[in-house]
Design a protein around this ligand. Structure first.
Ligand code: HEC
Ligand code: HEC
Length: 170
């Protein structure tokens, strides 16, 4: 940790390092965006363990609270997987996601695929943020899926998506 002071300052602002990213490009059209992508230190171990076992534990700030509620209400049919949990763990994760996503004011956007809970990767925000990634790059074996954030964002699990540190694998 070489820059603890800077980090603390950034975190004490309402938005964490996601604030560095402004929304005034693209012809002045104003887009809302997720806020507070940094994962809170209070994240329960059960969340990291359970929601990080098949893919990274997606930082809660990426989706609005209503979207996480839908995730938690449909764990039995989770994108073709069964991700059900015992009652205590489920409640702990529910509470954490609701708390840690409250700064996210994006509208709830259903997945374009019927019967699926909302995705991060199909939101207008996500699509716009990735307008420079080509179809060929998305298809690479080293990437695998748009949901595989850490293929290109090494710090994804900590909520670091800074485009200065993006690297698309060959
Ligand atoms: C048994 C494996 C498994 C577990 C456990 C699991 N997931 Fe998933 N999850 C998946 C699969 C498979 C996908 C679809 C990935 C893809 O499309 O590449 C997915 C996708 C997602 C997505 C959407 C990614 C996108 O495309 O935007 C979110 C959000 C998500 N999971 C949240 C959670 C949460 C929260 C938990 C813990 C309660 C959890 N997952 C636990 C298997 C799992
Ligand atoms: C194929 C590589 C790749 C994958 C996979 C990927 N991204 Fe990105 N991401 C990029 C690139 C490249 C940029 C910046 C260039 C651009 O504008 O297209 C970017 C930009 C971003 C930004 C904006 C950063 C900034 O400083 O403005 C965010 C936030 C982001 N990605 C989140 C995610 C999340 C969340 C996931 C997974 C659900 C993900 N990305 C998956 C390549 C990727």
């Amino acid at each position: 940790m070489r820059i603890p002071i800077l980090t603390l300052c950034a975190l004490s602002l309402a938005g964490g390092f996601a604030l560095a990213d402004d929304d005034h490009h693209h012809g002045g059209k104003k887009y809302k965006r997720p806020k507070q992508l940094a994962v809170p230190l209070s994240a329960p171990k059960v969340w990291t363990a359970e929601c990080g076992s098949c893919h990274i534990a997606y930082p809660p700030g990426l989706l609005p609270p209503a979207a996480w509620k839908q995730q938690m209400d449909t764990l039995k049919h989770h994108y073709g997987s069964n991700a059900t949990l015992d009652k205590t763990d489920e409640q702990a994760i529910r509470d954490f996601l609701a708390f840690a996503s409250q700064a996210n004011r994006l509208p709830l956007e259903p997945s374009p695929k019927a019967g699926e809970p909302p995705r991060i990767t199909t939101t207008r925000w996500f699509i716009r943020k990735h307008d420079e990634v080509t179809a060929e790059q998305w298809r690479r074996k080293s990437v695998g899926s748009k949901a595989n954030c850490q293929a290109c964002h090494a710090g994804a699990e900590k909520g670091d998506f800074d485009d200065d540190r993006v690297q698309i694998p060959r």
